[in-house]
Design a protein around this ligand. Structure first.
Ligand SMILES: [Zn+2]
Length: 352
């Protein structure tokens, strides 16, 4: 008897390219949305393109309301929720980097209304996915929500973002390699459901980015194009899987643990990139894929060592030996990596 079923939620309009911010109104109008938008943003993106976005929305919708956030937090999610009710917003528009996008995504989930993602940096795959990550105290909460109904990614704007944000996005994509390996391992050992389509798409996305690593350079709009398309593709893989498994394995647990030990010390993508070198080694040993991943990261100018990240060796070892405790997600870390094994992995790969 066949009993499987799936419900795949995807963004409906994904508009990427030079100057597409001008299409914001049309991209949203096309979805058949009605009523007043609330634009959730943070200071820098608001200053750079806030007016342009609101103007485009105003040409098709009743006067857009705006809310500027300083940080992502559960308090900020409450703030967005309250403001949306107060101005009777019928959908949210998240404009900026991870903070406004993660916050608006979670608020939209609570309000049960659609949200539109307008990233101003290609820094992680949350700009397209249905996962929302919100810091609370010394930890981060990853929450399942719906993906954006539309994504408007203007490469002209993305190319202007600080370069390290783009390399962080690249590293987040490269980490798909190990995420998929962890997922397959969990499938074999723990009977976790595995999607061949999502796994293949996620791995292919990482491969294409590694192949293009030489042509990803600061100030080139083409680079922003390559990276944001890969982030969209990663997000689609997560949508197909209905989980973050295709793009989040042990390297993400390692990064969450670094967040706990030293909150905000390095960018998410950079942490998972280094984590991915380590966990690729744990999967495959000395001759594994970690060398190619490390080469790609270093050619992009992304961190490949503890020192590049700004962490001391002890912190990295502590994160690697304790990362398995974070959440109930089976990975190559199993029931924990011993200190000796962690030291070996970190030394052979040159992370410490
Ligand atoms: Zn990530």
């Amino acid at each position: 008897m066949f009993e499987k079923s799936t419900w795949i939620k995807l963004p409906r309009n994904v508009v990427v390219g030079h100057g597409v911010l001008a299409e914001t109104g049309a991209a949203v109008d096309d979805l058949g949305l009605m009523g007043r938008p609330l634009v959730v943003t943070s200071p820098t993106p608001n200053r750079l393109v806030g007016d342009a976005v609101r103007e485009r929305l105003a040409s098709r919708f009743p006067e857009p309301a705006a809310l500027e956030l300083e940080r992502a937090s559960f308090g900020a999610v409450d703030e967005v929720t309250e403001r949306a009710r107060e101005v009777e917003a019928s959908f949210l528009v998240a404009l900026g980097g991870g903070k406004p996008i993660d916050t608006a995504k979670m608020a939209a989930d609570r309000l049960d209304c659609p949200f539109v993602s307008i990233p101003t940096a290609a820094s992680h795959d949350g700009i397209v996915s249905g996962r929302s990550s919100i810091p609370e105290g010394d930890t981060r909460h990853s929450v399942a929500a719906d993906p954006p109904v539309a994504v408007v990614a203007d490469t002209e704007v993305l190319a202007e973002a600080p370069w390290e944000l783009t390399t962080a996005g690249c590293a987040d994509i490269i980490s798909n390699y190990t995420a998929v390996k962890d997922w397959q391992l969990a499938h074999r050992l723990k009977n976790v459901e595995y999607s061949e389509y999502a796994g293949a798409l996620s791995r292919m996305t990482a491969e294409m980015l590694v192949d293009a690593a030489d042509s990803i350079k600061p100030g080139l709009e083409e680079s922003a194009w390559i990276v944001v398309k890969a982030l969209v593709s990663s997000g689609v893989a997560m949508s197909i899987a209905g989980s973050s498994r295709p793009a989040s394995g042990a390297e993400h647990l390692f990064s969450h643990q670094l967040d706990r030990l030293r909150p905000g010390a390095a960018l998410h993508g950079h942490q998972v990139g280094v984590g991915s070198i380590l966990t690729a080694y744990l999967h495959e040993g000395e001759r594994g894929q970690w060398q190619g991943m490390k080469r790609a990261l270093s050619s992009l100018g992304a961190p490949t060592t503890a020192e590049d990240l700004g962490f001391d060796d002890e912190t990295v070892i502590e994160a690697l030996t304790t990362a398995h405790e974070i959440r109930d997600r089976y990975t190559i870390l199993g029931d924990g990596v011993s200190e000796a094994a962690a030291l070996e992995a970190a030394t052979v790969t040159g992370v410490i």
